[in-house]
Design a binder for this molecule. Sequence first.
Ligand code: PLP
Length: 451
Amino acid sequence: MTHEELIARDAAAIAGVEKLRFFPATMATGARAHLTDVNGRDYVDLTATWTAAGLGYGHRRVAQAVAEAMAGQPGSGLSIMHENAVLLAERLLELVPERVESGTGEAVERRVYLGHAGSDACDVALRCARAATGKRRVVAFQHSYHGGFGLAQSVSGVLVEGGAVPDPDAVFVPYPNPFRPHAGTIEESVDDALAQVSTALDGGDVAIVAVEPILSDGGFVVPPAGFLRRLADLVQGYGVLLMVDEVKMGLARPGLMHTYQHEGITPDIVCFGKSLGGGLPIGAAVGPAWVLNEPPASALLTMAGNSICTAAALAVLDELVEGDYPGRTAQLGQHFMSGLRGLQEGGGVQNGRSGGYIGDVRGHGLCIGLELVQDRASNAEAADLTRKVIYRMWQLGVLVFSVGENVLEITPPLVITEADIDRAIAVIDQAICDAADGVVTDEEVGPYSGW
Ligand SMILES: Cc1ncc(COP(=O)(O)O)c(C=O)c1O
């Protein structure tokens, strides 16, 4: 099948509701951090399929675990018990540090919800919080993303701002953005955000506060150091549940196993998805038994916690721990970010011109945001340029998606090599210059409007 044929058949057969396209990528296969299109052309992938391919494509250990599990599957966990689900839950309990009751000093008894994706993990955690506390209000952040349906969707700032119906009991508060503070300085913005959380908590009717440790779909905002710590102290000081959504950034990508560990906090509930499945769909929420047991039999997905997806997830977690992926991503992330900062400072080979459009480079490990601006004096968002830069990068053989209006989300498979990172940096340099020079036309990017 040719590139053109696949585009035409995709347009005629696949529903528009599940398309978020930035360029006409037509892929046939993947291996490690590379994808190959139907014409046999090779691409370095900086998306990891929105981080779902954390260990890259076709990881042998995961493939073997899946093949074995598939050959002898004992059914799924809804109405029978099987060891893979229990092992995975036990492994996640080990990986997520437990919280200690402030009064008794005893560890909180916990359970794990196993589901199909990040969306249902977050949705179930939020619903359980309401049922267990008897309170309705959910505090979430503007421009946040927690899931594509249900309560997870209706407390997702990005989706509500885009037209989804907000939950009537959701309160949206600003997420402090060091590059674009919403209230004067970044310190004032942090104070303002926390004051708004505090006002909501004072109402006494908050069931849970949900936060992304890096606001990813909402523009790849890395909060200033100390913000999550202060948020956790505030929320948990009120005795309210704090849910940290690690679905996109978590599991070794941020240079630690969990992004929230950069702030040394202990959330009440942690949600996972995407890379956990190693290419198969699975999600999980780890939290207090008194929350995740409520109400019993209220999240009944027939194939949730099935033996195949749980086998994949176990292989992923074993690989991440045994291969010290947090250490690897910390080191590769530093290499990537220093290369990008070099471009920003005018070190690109295209006469250093790309640096004039790079407003900010931020991140932890291999969670990196590159914000493009119209010029460094105004820092005005360069939305049109961004669409054309990522389109040009696709033409030049490197895949990346954008978030917010003007931020490149650089989240490659964790198995990426330094040589591929260097190639990607050179392509980013060239693509920025080419896009600024008008090499990509409005007609070309027209059908690929992204968000
Ligand atoms: C932070 C966060 N939470 C939850 C989700 C939902 O995950 P999924 O789309 O795999 O259901 C996403 C998806 O992008 C996400 O970025």
